[in-house]
Design a protein around this ligand. Structure first.
Ligand code: NAI
Ligand code: MG
Length: 352
């Protein structure tokens, strides 16, 4: 059966890392014996340059018909003064696809310990962040002037069903991995967090085999650093997830090592897959971007949108082995180019 995929390469190193990742995808697809139908469209600054719109109608139409979208990165200094900004294209895309859970797996690869003082070998986990609610979207919000002084405000709001669906996803992931679910909130202070915790307690009735650890976000931040091995599957609201997922990135050592999935359910769901890093304009066009984040996003895509768990494992193992052999791009202190590193990963996959 053919799988269809919309590719949005975007700006800066976006096209460079996407091209590398697609080589890995082609290999995995060939091995798996199926075809991937790809369609490419514009987003971000590249789309502004060609159409004046960071999320043009043609791209929107393609995305509306697609279940799986793969993105590079958007943005760059050349659009800083443009009335429309490339990043708004990405926000519009995410909103359009109606994806409410952002998954950020993290893994400390062997040999990467030196890039993070906190890294412990073989540390792995996943942050599941609610993406459409809370402080980032609640109304009312805005600026005003009160007694001659500027004021700003936003509202945190969650409906129970918005909490329940992401919490349920958290339980499913924890159950599959056979690990506890860590739920992070601030239920000692915030109403939204009280509803969050209550919902977790209700949903857990359906998952009697999954231990639950509740943590307040402040305590979680400290414990995550001191005992990261406890944080194998974490589920939390939008703001806390934004912060904790970057903390997890810090544990791993480099932004270039993280992939992400944004989905609306368990495996088989719609999904947007992208590396966590941005468009890295400082190294654009040099052929030295680290493709690992994009390649790991391919593994996530195969696993979550297509249910291809085995090839996803091969890809991850090939990255581990390639790094273990000492190959790396300059951001990790090595001399490989994007192309030569990707070539090494493909060679490793051949051996599987
Ligand atoms: P960035 O992630 O693009 O770069 C930060 C630093 O990490 C730079 O020194 C860069 O060279 C390095 N870096 C990032 N990815 C790398 C990779 N794969 N290989 C080697 N080195 C890598 O973040 P920055 O500089 O804050 O933002 C640059 C542009 O990207 C901005 O326009 C920003 O708005 C946009 N951006 C886009 C994102 C997205 O499309 N999802 C996410 C973050 C930023
Ligand atoms: Mg962030």
């Amino acid at each position: 059966m053919a799988r269809t995929l919309v590719i949005l390469k975007g700006d800066g190193i976006g096209p460079e890392v996407v091209d590398a990742a697609l080589k890995v995808l082609d290999w995995a697809a060939q091995k798996g014996g199926y075809a991937v139908e790809r369609q490419e469209a514009l987003i971000g600054g590249a789309a502004i340059d060609r159409t004046g719109d960071p999320f043009p109608s043609e791209t929107r139409a393609l995305v509306d018909r697609a279940d799986t979208v793969f993105l590079g990165a958007v943005g760059g200094p050349q659009w800083d003064r443009h009335p429309k900004n490339p990043e708004s294209g990405l926000l519009a895309l995410r909103a359009r696809m109606g994806l409410w859970a952002n998954l950020r797996p993290f893994e400390v690869f062997e040999g990467m310990e030196s890039f993070s003082p906190l890294a412990r070998p073989h540390l792995r986990g996943m942050i599941i962040r609610e993406l459409l609610g809370g402080l980032y979207f609640g109304q009312p919000r805005g600026r005003s002037v009160v007694n001659g002084e500027p004021e700003a405000m936003e509202t945190s709001r969650y409906a129970r069903h918005e909490i329940e669906r992401v919490v349920r996803l958290g339980f499913q992931v924890a159950q599959r991995q056979g690990v506890p679910l860590v739920s992070v909130d601030k239920a000692n202070v915030l109403e939204t967090s009280k509803l969050w915790r209550q919902t977790v307690e209700e949903v857990r009735q359906d998952f009697p085999d999954v231990p639950v650890i509740h943590r307040y976000v402040d305590a979680a931040a400290m414990e995550f650093v001191k005992k990261p091995e406890l944080y194998q599957v974490v589920v939390t609201e939008n703001l806390f997830g934004d912060i904790l997922s970057d903390l997890a990135g810090g544990l791993v050592g480099s932004l270039g090592l993280l992939g992400s999935a944004t989905v609306n359910g368990l495996q088989g769901s719609r999904g947007l897959y992208e590396p966590v890093h941005g468009s890295a304009p400082d190294i654009q066009g040099q052929g030295i971007a680290n493709p690992i984040g994009a390649i790991l996003s391919v593994a996530l895509m195969m696993e979550w949108s297509w249910g291809d768990r085995e090839p996803a494992q091969w890809i991850r193992q090939a990255i581990r082995d390639t790094l273990k052999e000492g190959y790396r791009t300059p951001d990790l202190g090595g001399h490989d180019t994007t192309e030569s590193f990707t070539g090494r990963v493909l060679q490793q996959m051949e051996q599987i």
